[in-house]
Design a binder for this molecule. Structure first.
Ligand code: GLN
Length: 256
């Protein structure tokens, strides 16, 4: 496991007596971290501090000891080749991650890692990458790239805005619920309007951007679930989101 690195977002706060503490684990930042995904970690860390928590951010890369005591797990997107590089390690951690998810640990996985949290991903070159089955979903590579700004409506989180760039088409199996319904853009695939997936306290989505700076409702959800699980309560601080609202309005108004 890499030590806390000397860059913003990786700073640990000193543990003060009585202070509530959250450990955020960023999964596979070396191979799975594109289109601003690392900004999610930075944004979540700052938001948790604004809600009064001390925060520690830990990177997890293949071969590191697994930080099972993480309170929130985040993972980003990657090229098919990056997904292939982490696959063996991810499969070795599958049982642990499934158990953490089933126990209610909040997680956010974007694009490439979202695909690998499903059952499998058959790439366009014919390779089959096995997923860890947190989501009952499967992904099939296509020749077409689904790319551009995306806006969607979620009953749980309201309007979500971001940027998608993927050629994998994801299909939710059985009664797996999407995260949201797309109003501008493509989402999981081109044959239905669903985007992302939701199970337990796990959010899977194709939205890069970074996602969390423009969608603080998801940050607050992750922090709240982590706090409830660890401390049995979450007392939110009223945060001034007026700048975020302006950024959201401008992002939502952008053409596809
Ligand atoms: N390689 C995957 C795809 O193109 C994921 C891409 C990504 O994470 N942006 O479908």
């Amino acid at each position: 496991m890499s030590q806390l690195q000397n860059q913003p977002g990786h700073e640990a706060s000193a543990d003060l007596a009585g202070e509530k503490h959250l450990k955020i684990v960023q999964l596979y930042p070396r191979d799975m971290n594109i289109y601003g995904d690392w900004g999610n970690t930075l944004s979540l860390s700052r938001r948790a501090k604004a809600h009064g928590f001390s925060v520690e951010v830990v990177d997890y890369n293949p071969g590191d000891p697994f930080p099972k005591d993480g309170d929130i797990f985040l993972g980003g997107g990657g090229q098919d080749s990056g997904q292939s590089r982490i696959q063996d390690d991810l499969l070795a951690r599958a049982e642990t991650l499934r158990q953490l998810a089933a126990d209610g640990t909040p997680m956010l996985v974007i694009c490439g890692l979202y695909q690998l949290f499903g059952q499998d991903f058959k790439t366009v070159s014919g390779q089959r990458l096995q997923g860890i089955g947190v989501f009952d979903a499967h992904t099939v590579g296509s020749e077409e790239r689904l790319i551009g700004n995306i806006v969607e409506e979620s009953a749980e989180f309201g309007t979500l805005v971001g940027f998608e760039n993927h050629s994998g088409l994801t299909y939710l199996n059985g009664d797996t619920k999407p995260l949201a319904t797309v109003t501008k853009g493509d989402g999981n695939n081109k044959s239905d309007t669903g985007e992302g997936a939701r199970v337990h306290n796990v959010v899977g989505t194709y939205l890069h951007g970074s996602l969390l700076p423009k969608n603080p409702a998801i940050s607050d959800f992750l922090i709240k679930q982590a706090a409830l699980k660890k401390y049995g309560e979450f007392v939110p601080v009223d945060i001034d989101d007026s700048l975020i609202e302006q950024a959201r309005a401008s992002a939502i108004a952008r053409p596809r």
